[in-house]
Structure formats: C-alpha cells, structure tokens
Design a protein around this ligand. Structure first.
Ligand code: BTN
Length: 341
C-alpha cells in the first residue's frame, strides 16, 4: 500500500489546476531543488499518473484533477446527515480495497477503504478490475451484521439498487438498468460493478465486504482496452465529477439501503428491482462453474434468486452465475424444432 508524501501531495494539488508549472517554480515553493521535484514526479509517474513535461519545460496534468480527500468526504456525509462513526482508510495505491479490508479486524464501526488506483483490482469470477489512477471510484466497505448469513440473501441486489440510487441523481436514470445480480448498465454498457464477499461467520455474526467500482471520469479510450462494453459518467454527461461528493453519496445510500434491508429483508426492494431489471423477459444463458442453463429470465424470487424458465418449461431459481444475452435463433427446445421467440 502506498500513501502520498507531503511533497507529492503538494505537487499534485499544484498541478491539479491542469496548468503547466515549471520545475524551478515548484522547487522554490517547496524549498527543494529542481532535481528533487523531478524525483518526486517520477514516483508519481510510477503510480500510473500521466504528467506531461520535463524539469526544463515544466509539468502539467492532461486534465484537471480533484484528489480523494477524507475531510471532504466526511463533510459531505455530515451535510447528508450521516454522522455515524466510521473509519476511513484512504491510500494513493493499493492492490485491492476488498483485499485490504479482509485484513482489518472485525469492528462494529463501519470500515471504509478507498484508493486512487488498484494494482490488482478484482471483479467477479476472478476477473481483473481496471483501476486507472485518480479517475474512478474504487471503494470497499466492511459491515458487521448481527444475524445469520441466511438473513442476508439478496444483499448483492440491494447494493446494486443503492448504487443506482446514487447515480440516478445525475439525470441519467432513464437508461440505467441492473443486470442481475450486480452489473449497473447504461444503455447496455457497464458503468459500475460490485463484489460482495462474506469473510467471517460465527454464531449469528457475519462480516461482509462490499466492494464498489464506478467508472467516473475515465474517457472512452479506457473502454477500448477492455473486453466488454464499458462507459463512464464522463462519457455520458461530458462532465468532470468530484469523486468525494459521489463517494459520500454512495456511502449514504448504502448505509440507508442496508438498514432497511436488515430490518425488512428484500420485500421493499422487489418492486424497485422489477423496474430496472435488465434481463427480464430476455433469452439468456447463465454460466456457472460446472454448467450453464439457457432460458427466459423471469425476474427474481423473494430471496433475490434469478428465475429462469428453460426450454423444457422448467422454472429454475438460481443463486449465482454469470448471465449473458443469447440470440434467440441459437436456442432450441427438447425436440430441436421450436425455439424461444
Ligand atoms: C464486477 O463487476 O465484476 C465487480 C467489480 C468490483 C470492483 C471493485 S473496485 C473496489 C473493490 N476492490 C476490488 O478489488 N474490487 C472491488
């Protein structure tokens, strides 16, 4: 894990305006030589930051940057009325925020971990989560629940609905959907994903790590590097977002949604889910570690399991898997003659 040195923070906050700053100007302000400034810049480059320039020409970020800041996040949370005690672990670079919180001891206080970049960001099914420096949200929260694991069935769906509520504030809700259980899509492109991991279970006590990645300020060039269609808030709105405000809103919504969930389970979320269910009535294949099932998605049951009507007319209730849309022409029923529409 890496934290910024005071000099690096000073340099980044200077360069954050997107203007060019000469090495001698920066050195004079910091009371260090131009060479020392260059050494610090090289360390920032190693974190994955793009900084144009040389000691002679000066340094410049390709675009303005607002760094994550614990104080700003806390102030925003207070504005939203959330003053509960919480511990914030904020880093310049980490392997994975989910992995980090696994090593933190269990606590009744909410533990939050955020970072500017992840070197080994993890997605579902062992996939890599691309985490370029300073552009997006990479955040995990460790929650302590005084209940059985069985009580938490459907939690992933509630997390997705909380992320959707957070993003709906930016006027983009008309095209936001959720692909069961936790892909947030905008016009079929992935905007956010979450990774929920249960890490301890004892007598009526469960710790859960909820990791959330939201593509915020990355430009579409970043999507080109990925194997599936992705998009960011910047792609949708052409606006630069202060991730501190977004993070505070995410924490606020998750806190609220999880409180409702703990007391009432999935019932209050069933109708909201139906309105944003991307898969509903589509022909899909659900891939699991050892098999796959194809059929028509028919929503979810009361515990959040996916209902899938297969080609033989059998309804399956499925608790996990990776769903993909399947062209209906490739599907046939038992006799091989008739296909789904
Ligand atoms: C997925 O859609 O496959 C889940 C993506 C989850 C990514 C987030 S980023 C913050 C947290 N730390 C991780 O290593 N993964 C999650």
């Amino acid at each position: 894990m890496i934290t910024f040195t005071k000099t690096q923070l000073y340099l980044l906050n200077k360069l954050a305006d997107g203007n060019c700053h000469s090495g001698s100007e920066l050195g004079a302000e910091l009371n260090v030589s131009r060479t020392t400034v260059w050494k610090q810049i090289k360390q920032l480059l190693a974190l994955g930051l793009t900084i144009k320039g040389t000691p002679a020409q000066g340094y410049q970020l390709p675009a303005p940057l607002i760094l994550l800041n614990e104080q700003t996040i806390r102030q925003q949370l207070a504005t939203l009325g959330l003053n509960n005690p919480m511990q914030v672990h904020l880093y310049a670079a980490l392997d994975s925020t989910n992995r980090f919180l696994k090593e933190v001891s269990s606590s009744p206080i909410l533990q939050i971990c955020c970072t500017e970049t992840q070197t080994a960001g993890r997605g579902r099914f062992g996939r890599h989560w691309h985490s370029p420096f300073g552009e997006n949200i990479y955040c995990s929260m460790r929650w302590h629940f005084d209940c059985d694991l069985a009580h938490l069935s459907g939690l992933s769906l509630v997390v997705s609905l909380a992320i959707l509520a957070t993003l709906s504030q930016y006027g983009i809700e008309d095209h936001l959907t959720i692909k069961w259980p936790n892909d947030l899509l905008w016009h079929d492109k992935k905007l956010s994903g979450s990774l929920v991991e249960v890490i301890a279970e004892s007598n009526r006590c469960v710790d859960v790590i909820i990791g959330v990645g939201i593509n915020v300020n990355s430009r579409s060039a970043f999507a080109a590097k990925l194997d599936r269609p992705y998009c960011s808030l910047w792609d949708i709105t052409s606006r630069y977002f202060d991730r501190n405000t977004l993070l505070a809103s995410l924490i606020y919504h998750l806190h609220h949604y999880l409180n409702v969930f703990i007391h009432q389970q999935l019932t209050p979320f069933l109708d909201p889910w139906e309105k944003v269910d991307y898969l509903r009535d589509k022909t899909i294949t659900l891939y699991r570690p050892t098999d796959s099932i194809t059929g028509i998605a028919k929503g979810i049951d009361k515990s959040g399991q996916l209902l899938l009507l297969d080609t033989k007319g059998i309804m399956h209730c499925l608790s996990s898997g990776d769903a993909t849309l399947t062209p209906s022409s490739t599907i046939s029923n038992d006799s091989g003659k008739e296909g789904y529409k």
